[in-house]
Design a protein around this ligand. Structure first.
Ligand code: F6R
Length: 244
């Protein structure tokens, strides 16, 4: 696991965007695993700027998102579909038929999980997976648990996740209680993983994920076993770690 120290959120975003940009230049038909939330917004903004300048071309890229809230339609303002189109897809040239997210409206969970896993398999896996990390160490919506999930599954969101994500909703009661998420096995199978973290509220999760025991109780800690995982964190997120 390589840890890169960034000065602040903007520096973290530029560093991560540089790595993603290099990936797309080196392999134009990359399968990019993407995340939502506050952490990647600056990365998407930077990539959009480079796209507008003509420095990066996404025309051969395929994307697979980590997760989607159960019960939210793509049109719902709080859905991750809507987030991704508003913050990224509407501004770059990724072909629409190569954009993939779990379908939050599918009530047949087994069917939707099988569909998403079959899709991931048919793409030959993920070349580069971008991850944020939850305050409790979750990656995707793989919440702390006694065991690791393998493929796509429908999760019960942890109370701390509902608490953290209520800022995007009118109230905590409006946060969906469940979500579809890629599994830990799928994330670990990505050829390269980039984790971005900014702010003091991520310091515990970053310290435990980088240096704590590898345990499903801190899902991010499994990344210590990945061959090519890069953590890009700002000073506040690294504040519980000495000498980085
Ligand atoms: C989002 C996702 C989550 C977030 C995490 C951090 O697609 O899978 O794991 O990355 O909850 O969220 P932010 O970046 O909002 O702090």
């Amino acid at each position: 696991m390589k840890i890169i120290r960034a000065k602040d959120y903007n520096d973290m975003s530029r560093k991560a965007a540089n790595i993603i940009s290099a990936q797309v230049i080196l392999k134009p038909n990359s399968v990019l695993g993407l995340a939502t939330g506050s952490s990647p917004i600056g990365i998407y903004q930077q990539l959009i700027k480079w796209y507008e300048k003509g420095d990066i071309d996404f025309s051969e890229v395929t994307t697979v998102n980590l997760d989607e809230y159960y019960g939210l339609s793509p049109e719902d303002e709080q859905s991750y579909h809507n987030f991704m189109y508003t913050n990224f897809f509407d501004h770059v040239n990724i072909p629409r038929d190569r954009i993939n997210l779990p379908n939050g409206m599918e009530t047949d969970e087994a069917k939707e999980c099988a569909r998403y896993d079959a899709l991931l398999n048919s793409l030959g896996g993920v070349d580069m997976q971008l991850l944020g990390i939850g305050r409790n160490g979750h990656i995707g919506f793989n919440e702390p648990s006694d065991c690791y999930s393998k493929g796509t599954h429908c999760v019960e969101l942890a109370e701390s996740t509902i608490e953290a994500n209520k800022r995007f909703f009118a109230s905590a009661d409006d946060v969906p209680r469940r979500a579809y998420s890629m599994g830990i096995h799928t994330i670990m199978a990505a050829k390269k993983v980039i984790v971005v973290a900014s702010g003091e509220d991520k310091a515990w999760a970053i310290k435990e994920s980088c240096f704590g025991p590898v345990t499903p109780h801190v899902p991010g800690s499994i990344l210590q076993l990945h061959n090519d995982a890069i953590v890009i964190a700002d000073e506040a997120a690294l504040s519980l770690i000495d000498n980085i």
